[in-house]
Ligand binder design. Structure first.
Ligand SMILES: [Zn+2]
Length: 90
């Protein structure tokens, strides 16, 4: 994932990291490069997921309140199931 175009060199954190990553991995064998790319993509996805959860938690994501209410409902259902109080969930 990189925002660079032929006429634009992006300087965001993600593009700088990705360009550095590619400079390092191009020196590796194809097998090692593939492993590193899979690992790097998993790290990026985890970071995206974390950023999304933080944005939902602090209310900056659209529909945060609706999402949080859904999570709270699920948490109440789960807690009720664990304590045997099924049916008392609002
Ligand atoms: Zn960028």
């Amino acid at each position: 994932m990189n925002h660079d175009t032929p006429k634009f060199k992006c300087s965001c954190r993600q593009c700088i990291r990705t360009n550095e990553f590619c400079a390092i991995t191009e020196k590796l064998s194809p097998e090692d490069r593939e492993w590193m790319e899979d690992f790097y993509n998993a790290v990026l996805q985890t970071e995206l997921d974390l950023n999304w959860h933080e944005a939902v938690s602090d209310g900056s994501w659209p529909n945060s309140v609706m999402i949080l209410e859904g999570w709270l409902h699920k948490a109440r259902e789960s807690a009720a199931f664990q304590t045997g109080e099924v049916g008392n969930v609002e």
